[in-house]
Design a protein around this ligand. Structure first.
Ligand code: GDD
Ligand code: MG
Length: 345
């Protein structure tokens, strides 16, 4: 039995101007479907079989109301609201404490990002079954490893160690080393060995196991939370679970993932999802183009017409009062622009 938790407190800034303060990425549907990324994540986890009562969500106070509106069936007592986001280590620590309190330290918890695309639900369920079996029978921090396709610097890298057996017919390995967001050169070296996978950002473990590991590796987060409860939140260090725990624990295991995955990190993800061979551009807008290719074009208002001449490999986004034009290879820098624009992001 698995208690799935959705980590839904991030901002998704690299999808600005579609993502805004009051409308973060997880509230959007990026592939034209009627369900937002958050709703699609919840649907996927509900389908694992235990219904809304088993699902938890942790988010920040700024967007909690939006989360309630998007997930009206989520029991109120399963929604944890952070007074202020302190990144994922604090979120994992607080949720694990709450679930342990309600269901005991052997409760198996799975953490899931709110903004991923997954192609094959059946394979997803099969993998999570395996992860749950592994976490139930071993003191394991279970990770799901994605086969890497390029030396990304935006992911965690998992080095596969010794094979420990199979769960639900999936080969299972000990993790030798976990490296969060390496630089380009390191990522290239990792890729060339063939032993590394990308961290999917999904984790499965027993409440008691993760809390014990947090005590060992991140006492600065778990101790104040245990002593003072969530009131201490604004004083907790801002650290992701990848740096706070995954790079340090020796209890990590990895299951290979084969369900079709994308983390929808920035506008280029739209192209990976929607590009077909016989169209030169990805168009989520009324677009008239001359000599334009490799463009990703989005307009919130279908009546707006985007006209381009002689452009290549650009992203054009029109939303409300903002028009963004950026080279595809520089979409990561939207985060920097937002610092300059802070008043209206
Ligand atoms: N509740 C809460 N509070 N959720 C948060 C917070 C917070 O303060 N910060 C981020 N989240 C949520 C985000 O909304 C997202 O769903 C998830 O936690 C992961 O955060 P990201 O900020 O998207 O992490 P990342 O993409 O840089 O890196 C992680 O995911 C990669 C795969 O997509 C890492 O785990 C990497 O190792 C991994 O490769
Ligand atoms: Mg992410």
């Amino acid at each position: 039995l698995l208690f799935p938790v959705i980590l839904a407190g991030g901002k998704g800034e690299r999808f600005w101007p579609l993502s805004r303060k009051d409308r973060p990425k997880q509230f959007l549907s990026l592939d034209g479907s009627s369900r937002s990324l958050l709703q699609a994540t919840a649907d996927r986890l509900i389908e694992l079989g235990r219904g809304w009562d088993s699902l938890w969500v942790i988010t920040s106070s700024q967007i909690a109301e939006g989360v309630r509106q998007q997930l009206p069936d989520l029991p109120v007592e399963n929604l944890l609201i952070e007074s202020e986001g302190r990144d994922t280590a604090a979120a994992v620590a607080w949720t694990s404490l709450e679930i342990k309190q309600r269901y005991g330290e052997d409760a198996v918890i799975g953490f899931f990002p709110a903004d991923h695309w997954i192609a094959d639900q059946e394979a997803f369920a099969h993998t999570l079954n395996a992860a749950t079996q592994l976490a139930t029978s071993t003191a394991a921090i279970v990770t799901l490893g994605i086969k890497p396709t390029f030396p990304s610097t935006g992911y965690g890298y998992i080095e596969q160690g010794e094979k420990i057996g199979s769960f639900n017919e999936l080969p299972t390995y000990h993790v030798n080393r976990f490296t969060e967001k390496p630089d380009r050169e390191t990522a290239e070296t990792f890729l060339s060995t063939g032993r590394f996978s990308w961290n999917s950002g999904m984790f499965v473990f027993r409440a008691g196991v993760v809390l014990k590991e947090l005590h060992t590796h991140a006492p600065e987060i778990i101790e104040p939370l245990e002593q003072h409860g969530p009131d201490i939140y604004p004083q907790l260090p801002k650290k992701s679970i990848d740096y706070a725990l995954m790079e340090k624990t020796t209890l990590a295991y990895v299951l290979p993932v084969d369900f079709g995955w994308d983390d929808l990190g920035d506008w280029n993800a739209i192209e990976r999802l929607l590009k077909t061979e016989d169209t030169p551009n990805v168009e989520l807008a009324t677009h008239v183009g001359l000599d334009t290719q490799g463009a990703i074009i989005y307009a919130s208002n279908p009546e707006d017409v985007v006209v381009t001449i002689g452009l290549e490999d650009v992203v054009i986004v029109r939303d409300r009062n903002v028009t963004l034009v950026v080279k595809k290879e520089r979409t990561q820098e939207i985060k920097q622009i937002l610092k300059i624009l802070q008043s209206d992001s």
